[in-house]
Design a protein around this ligand. Sequence first.
Ligand code: SF4
Ligand code: SF4
Length: 279
Amino acid sequence: MTLHAPVNKIIPFSLVDGPGSRCSVFLQGCNIACAYCHNPETQQLCVSCGTCVEQCPAGALTLQHGHVRWNKAVCVQCDTCIHVCMHRASPKVECLTPNEVAEVVCSYQPFIRGVTVSGGECMLHPEWLREFFSLCRAAGLGTLIDSNGCVDFSTHEDLLAVTDGVMLDVKAWDSEVFRKLTSGDVNVVKHNLAFLAEREKIQELRIVVVPGWNDPEATIAGIAKALGERTANTTLKLIKFRCFGVVGELANASSPTDQRMAELSEMAHDFGFTDVQLR
Ligand code: SF4
Ligand code: SF4
């Protein structure tokens, strides 16, 4: 059976998705729902309700046999469809095979060093990823996964074998705080943290600091304890919450101050991190 994955977007060149210039592939659909999600339209698959079809000013959307079809060629990228969708979905998604995406990605060589697959949550498509990464590696490209950590990596050893590293979010440490923020189970993230560290597959760890919503001190301390002597060799990114693109309760919430971020950075150094980056 040919594998397909819902592809939301392919960005040819990115400097923020891992080392060097990389192509970034975003898959549609997520297994959690973060209160601070900046791309809520990537969380769900389209249910073909038809609302956006009538609103599209370019006639790029049609309802055929109960399914919404997107005509990329006439789309003017106004994003009206994203704004009117009440399902946190997008009609601008293509179901593509690993080979189809690899062809696009490889067309950007030699200007990229590798590819990073993100989401939504790309680990919802592990077999697709394994095949895609195998093709990218054969073409000489590096391979990174950007993940929320809520799918158990230890059951996907074959995927890890063709993956250079994982950019792992650790959104909170306390299980209730994590559940309120994301609706997910932090124990899976903690298991992945230990497993990926042991396999030396952590590219970087990321904590988004969301005032009043998560526990960055406990998260930094918990990660350091879990990593032990590996802490010094692990990149930690502390990212300011910004309300751009956010919907719901945090739509207009404030960002942490520079002073707050500097204090957390200092604390991370005290816990043994040597590469702490503020974003
Ligand atoms: S972005 Fe959406 S609404 Fe705008 S032209 Fe494209 S399909 Fe239509
Ligand atoms: S993208 Fe949203 S509004 Fe458009 S058909 Fe799908 S679910 Fe409905």
